[in-house]
Structures are given as structure tokens and as C-alpha cells.
Design a protein around this ligand. Structure first.
Ligand SMILES: NC(=O)c1ccc[n+]([C@@H]2O[C@H](COP(=O)([O-])OP(=O)(O)OC[C@H]3O[C@@H](n4cnc5c(N)ncnc54)[C@H](O)[C@@H]3O)[C@@H](O)[C@H]2O)c1
Length: 250
């Protein structure tokens, strides 16, 4: 993938950080994006290690910010080959416990931001003859879990959005897939433990209750994203790749 350009959102933390690093290690130029300005240190680190990266602070629920991300990619690297729509938020609550503001936040970050940024980036991919988009869904986009109604709804929407986008943009050479991780050890799990008022250790132990008896690592999701980004998955589009240590098997 050397010489390609990848935009990775939610790159200040967790899976996004690991994915940006994995791309940089493959010689891909990375446009790292996050609402959290601390993500700038990732771009510095990649550059120090001999890779190429820039960082854009953006609230991806805002159309103008998404336009700036695409414009930065065009100005700095001449375009985009890969878009990883990874930024996301969790909210562990039933709908009776979910305020309208929380519902809107979850749907806007997890779903609307994919629409807004993809709308800016797809024309840049088409200019280059095609590209690959990887959307971040979740195991809870396929099955559901307790006290996560808005989150499950948002990730189910990502699975279907992925299929719709895959159909529409295949003729232009743009493949669109999503990944569906099970619990991955990132700061998001801390948020969930806090929202559910469960001690972190107990939360992690419960999250590990799956055939492989452990939670996942961000680097394991990153390698699957690399596969979907590159030519090894050239005939794969519209798929939902489950990466969960067997968690959804029953
Ligand atoms: N960790 C898990 O167990 C798990 C499982 C399945 C799916 N996922 C999904 O993976 C993705 C990454 O999660 P993570 O575990 O790395 O979480 P994380 O909290 O470590 O990272 C999420 C990042 O998204 C950024 N973000 C949030 N709102 C934003 C906005 N409006 N604009 C720009 N950036 C914004 C945050 O600042 C943060 O850096 C999410 O979409 C999440 O739903 C995570």
C-alpha cells in the first residue's frame, strides 16, 4: 500500500490510533482526524518514526469540518485512497434512560458523520480511479446487547449504510465494507464500565466471556482494516467483517 493516502477518524485513541499507526508502518500517508486535539501527538510520533502523517482537529458531525478534512487531504497529499470512518461514541442506557440529546449525539457521531465525511471524500477517490472505505460498525450492529439501545441502533444503521454505499459506488471503483468488533480493550470500555457503574476489572472479565476467553486488542482490528483497505480484498464490497473472538457464535 506504499504511497497510498488514508484518512482515519477517531485517531486520537484506541482503534483509530492503532489503525493510523498500522497504515503508516505500511508506507501509507495518514490524515489523522479527531475532535480531541491530543491526537496531534500521533502525527508527531509517526513523523518521528519516518512515516508521513498530518492531524486535523474536526467535529465530524459538522459538515464544514468534514469539508476541511477532505480539503486538507487534497492539499497535503493530493487526494484520498482509503477512508476509515472509525470515530464513535458509546452510551450504555435503555431508551427510558436515554435523553434526546444523548440519542442525537450517538446517532450523529456514529452514523451521520460517516455520511458527511464520505460525501466529501468519495469524489476525491473517484478522481483517482477508486478507493476503499471502511466503516466502523460493531458486533452490536448485528446482534444486540443490554442497556445500549441507541448504540445498537446506530451500529445496525452503519451495517446497512455500508451495504447501500457499496451498491452505489461500486461502478466508480469505490469499495465500502464495515468491521464489527467485539469488546476491544480501549478507553471506550472504561466509559461503558463507568456508565454501567461496574468496576473496571469485573467489566473486563464479563467482556471476555466468549469462546476465545479474552477481549480484543486495537491492533487486531487495525490489521483487518488494512486487509479491507488493500488489494488483497479487491473483490470484497458491502461485507460486515466480524472480529470478536467468537462472541456472536451463540
Ligand atoms: N472498543 C470496543 O470494544 C469497540 C467494539 C466495537 C466497536 N467499536 C467502535 O470502534 C470505534 C473506535 O472506538 P474505540 O474503542 O477506539 O473508542 P475510543 O473512545 O478510544 O476512540 C473513539 C475516538 O472517536 C473520537 N470522536 C468522538 N466523537 C467525535 C467527533 N464528533 N468527531 C471526531 N472524533 C470524534 C474520540 O475523541 C476518540 O478519540 C467506535 O466507532 C466504536 O463504536 C469499539
Amino acid at each position: 500500500m506504499t504511497g497510498k493516502v488514508a484518512v482515519v477518524t477517531g485517531a486520537a485513541s484506541g482503534i483509530g490510533w492503532a489503525t493510523a499507526e498500522a497504515f503508516a508502518n505500511e508506507g501509507v500517508s495518514v490524515v489523522a482526524v479527531d475532535i480531541d486535539p491530543s491526537g496531534a501527538s500521533l502525527a508527531d510520533r509517526i513523523s518521528t518514526e519516518g512515516g508521513s502523517a498530518c492531524f486535523v482537529v474536526a467535529d465530524l458531525t459538522r459538515q464544514n469540518d468534514c469539508a476541511s478534512v477532505a480539503e486538507t487531504a487534497r492539499q497535503v497529499y493530493g487526494g484520498v485512497d482509503v477512508l476509515v470512518n472509525n470515530a464513535g461514541v458509546v452510551h450504555r442506557a435503555t431508551i427510558l434512560e436515554t435523553s434526546e440529546a444523548d440519542w442525537d449525539r450517538v446517532m450523529e457521531v456514529n452514523v451521520k458523520a460517516i455520511y458527511l465525511l464520505s460525501r466529501e471524500v468519495i469524489p476525491l477517490m473517484v478522481e483517482r480511479g477508486g478507493g476503499s472505505i471502511i466503516n466502523m460498525a460493531s458486533g452490536w450492529g448485528l446482534a444486540a446487547g443490554p442497556r445500549a439501545a441507541a448504540y445498537c441502533a446506530s451500529k445496525g444503521a452503519v451495517v446497512q449504510l455500508t451495504k447501500g454505499m457499496a451498491i452505489d459506488h461500486a461502478p466508480d471503483g469505490v469499495r465500502v465494507n464495515c468491521v464489527c468488533p467485539g469488546d476491544v480493550d480501549t478507553p471506550m470500555l472504561e466509559v461503558e464500565a463507568k456508565e454501567l457503574d461496574v468496576p473496571r476489572a469485573r467489566f473486563l472479565a464479563e467482556a471476555a466471556a466468549r469462546p476465545m476467553e479474552r477481549v480484543g486488542y486495537a491492533s487486531e482490528i487495525a490489521t483487518s482494516i488494512l486487509y479491507l483497505a488493500g488489494s488483497e480484498s479487491a473483490f470484497v464490497t458491502g461485507t460486515s467483517l466480524v472480529i470478536d473472538g467468537g462472541g456472536l457464535l451463540g
